[in-house]
Design a protein around this ligand. Structure first.
Ligand code: UTP
Length: 295
């Protein structure tokens, strides 16, 4: 097996407008909405850190400055916590802080699409393979999704995308992959189809928002024309890259919550809260009662 270049950097495109979550996202970036007691973006950064990522690249936009503040020291708050002997809270905050110099922030001046947002990270990433994590998709259960992809990449090289089973009736809503020969814990991708017409999907495995890409994608995205939604789409860039390079898929076995949509966000809150020993006893009974009271 060839030695693969380590995946050291991860890109988090956080410049989208979050229109599905208005009015909340008028003043608060959707990545800062809270699942139980942490912003959505923290879950995704934790997943990247678990996978061995050393440098976190955030592609932000106007009104997203609070994300940069969140990943910085809050000096006055910490001073106050020290004065009040709130040591557990201090330890919690310190544990979540990226090591100085390991987080970079660049702006996508106009939200022209996910592909364009990834392209905005080209100088910071440079000429090495890297990960992209959609920060509104959070994963739960089993081995971390990006960790599983990095393990697969060690065997497959090339590009790796994570996929997840969906109800075949819903396949027309997603990017769907075709299944080829097995490799590691996954398989080689034979095709990628964005929103296939009903009944034509090559499988029920949809692309769930995690990618390991080779740096050649940047050159492609530079001249990528606008696609669906009049936006520069990452999927279109990947389709061009797939003509020259291999793509493998990592089938993620846990749950994916789309926190950019209201239903996914509420489900994520319920799922993560029910995992917490300090919260579950207080909500389980009332939740059952609430469900039973519905007509
Ligand atoms: P989405 O389409 O889910 O995000 O893009 P959005 O545009 O913010 O949301 P809606 O549809 O209006 O509610 C997927 C990811 O790509 C980022 C988003 O922040 C999100 O994390 N993105 C999208 C950018 O960074 N820049 C863009 O121009 C578009």
């Amino acid at each position: 097996m060839a030695q693969q270049q380590k995946i050291r950097k991860a890109v988090f495109p956080v410049a989208g407008l979050g229109t599905r979550f208005l009015p909340a996202t008028k003043a608060v970036p959707k990545e800062m909405l809270t699942v139980v007691d942490k912003p959505v973006i923290q879950y995704v950064v934790d997943e990247a850190a678990e996978a061995g990522i050393e440098h976190f690249v955030f592609v932000t936009g106007r009104g997203k400055g609070v994300i940069e503040d969140y990943f910085d020291i809050q000096y006055e708050l910490e001073q106050m916590l020290r004065e009040r002997n709130k040591n557990a809270e201090l330890t919690l905050l310190a544990g979540l802080l990226p090591v100085a110099g390991t987080a970079s922030f660049t702006r996508q001046q106009v939200p022209l699409g996910l592909g364009h947002a990834v392209w905005c990270a080209r100088d910071i990433v440079g000429n090495e393979p890297f990960a992209v994590l959609l920060p509104d998709m959070i994963m739960a259960g089993g081995k971390g999704c990006l960790k599983g992809m990095v393990d697969l990449y060690a065997e497959s090289g090339g590009n790796v995308i994570a996929v997840q089973e969906c109800d075949p009736d819903q396949a027309h809503k997603y990017g769907i992959v075709g299944i080829g020969a097995p490799v590691g814990e996954g398989f080689k991708i034979t095709q990628m189809v964005e929103k296939p017409a009903k009944g034509t999907a090559p499988s029920n495995l949809y692309i769930n928002g995690r990618y390991i890409l080779q740096p050649e994608i940047f050159k492609i995205l530079e001249t990528q024309e606008r696609g669906a939604g009049n936006e520069i789409q990452l999927t279109d860039g990947m389709l061009t890259l797939a003509k020259a390079q291999e793509f493998a898929a990592y089938p993620f076995k846990g749950d994916t919550f789309d926190c950019g949509a209201k239903d996914g966000f509420i489900l994520a809150n319920l799922a993560f809260a029910l995992q917490r020993a300090d919260i579950r006893p207080a909500i389980e009974g009332p939740m059952k009662a609430l469900l039973a009271s519905l007509k």
